[in-house]
Design a protein around this ligand. Sequence first.
Ligand SMILES: [Zn+2]
Ligand SMILES: [Zn+2]
Ligand SMILES: [Zn+2]
Ligand SMILES: [Zn+2]
Length: 138
Amino acid sequence: MSLHSSVLSSGQKPQYQRCPDPGCTLLHCPFCPQYNGDYARVETHIQSHLKMVVHHGEFLTYRCNLDCRKGSHYHCCGCGLTFPRRNSLLRHLSTCQSQNSQGANQRPEHQPQAHPVLDEVTPTPTSQQRQQLADLLK
Ligand SMILES: [Zn+2]
Ligand SMILES: [Zn+2]
Ligand SMILES: [Zn+2]
Ligand SMILES: [Zn+2]
């Protein structure tokens, strides 16, 4: 699942949008299409977004005013659901299944397998295998 444009990984900066209207030289907030201005104005506006950002794991969720739904809202970085309030997203994040399963499953699955398997798979070659080896080495 690809992340919504209002969900950035930490370290990523919001990209100011050039207006699609060629006659317009203003910058637009990437999360609020109706908000525009010169660099300083949009920069100040982005700072106010940063105060409201939701940090979760490696993700930063910005308040979104795009027309995904009515009114400003937040997107869950795990499942993509939208929430009208920061608090409702925060509550959801502690229970969001897709976020939990992604984070929890990836590492434990890899690590425990690597070592136990090595310990078990040290069988002494069967006489048949020895014979095959000997044949190969001829
Ligand atoms: Zn414009
Ligand atoms: Zn904005
Ligand atoms: Zn949205
Ligand atoms: Zn979710």
